[in-house]
Design a protein around this ligand. Sequence first.
Ligand SMILES: [Zn+2]
Length: 276
Amino acid sequence: MFADLHIHTNFSDGIYSPKEIINQAIISGLKKISITDHDIFLGNIEAQKITTKNKLDIEIISGVEFSCFNKSTEFHIIGLFIDFNDSIINSIIEDMQNKRIESIKTIIEHLRKQNIHLKYNDILLHAKGSIGRPHIGKELVNKGYVKNINEAFNKYLSNNLLEGIREPRLHLEKAINVINNVGGISILAHPDLSNKKLFDHIKEMKQMGLQGIEISSPRYGLFRQKEIIELSKTFKLIQSGGSDFHGFHKGIDISKTNGLTKEEYYRILSHKKIND
Ligand SMILES: [Zn+2]
C-alpha cells in the first residue's frame, strides 16, 4: 500500500509516539500517512517536523479526527489536508480540549462515589495531548485498582458504566463545515455497516457537505466492503482509508496491507486541488 490516512499517536489515545509511527510506516513501505489524533494537531505537527528535519522519504498529511453526534447517533469524521493555522478550527480544538478536561473531572467524581480515589494531576501526567479515558485507565493501573487498561474499561470506564459521561462530541454538521471551510476534505471514518439507517445517514451527511468515506479499514476485516464502495459511488464520495491504528487493537496495524494504493491516494489529492 501507498498511504495510510488514519493513524493515532500518544498525543491522543494511541500508545506510540509520532517518531515510532513514522518508523513503522517506513518499514511498511508507506509514502504518505496522516496522523489523525482526536481533537488535536500536535502529534501531526511533531511528525511533520521529524520528516522534514531528517529528510525522510515519507510525507505527513495534515489531519484530525472529530467524534461527532447527530440526533444521538455517533459518527467519526476525519479531516485531511487541514490548515492548522486557521483560527476558527483552532478555537474549536481549544473548546474540545477544555471540555475533555471537564469530562475527566466529572469521571473522577463519578469514580470517587465508588470509593476509587484518583487525582486529576496524576491522570494528566499520562496524557501528552488530548486527555481521555485511556489516561484514567492508566492511572487506575498505576494505583493498583486494576491490572491493565482493558480491565479498567470493563470495570469502570465503559460507556454503560459511566452513564453518559464521556469525552466531548462535536455536532456533525459543524465538524463537516469547519473541515471544508479550512480547505480540508471531510471523511466519514469506518462507517458502521450494522447501522440499518446508514444509507439515510450518509444521504444527510452528503447534504451537510461530507466529501468522502473510508472504504478501506481493517475494522471490516482486511477486505473492503462492497457495500461501502457502492455507497461511495451512489453519493459521489471520495474514497479514503486507513488503519485507525492505536497500537493496542488486535489485528489493526500499520502495514503493507492496510490503506490506499497510489492511484487511490492521488485521486483524493486531485479533489483537494479542485477545492483549492
Ligand atoms: Zn480513529
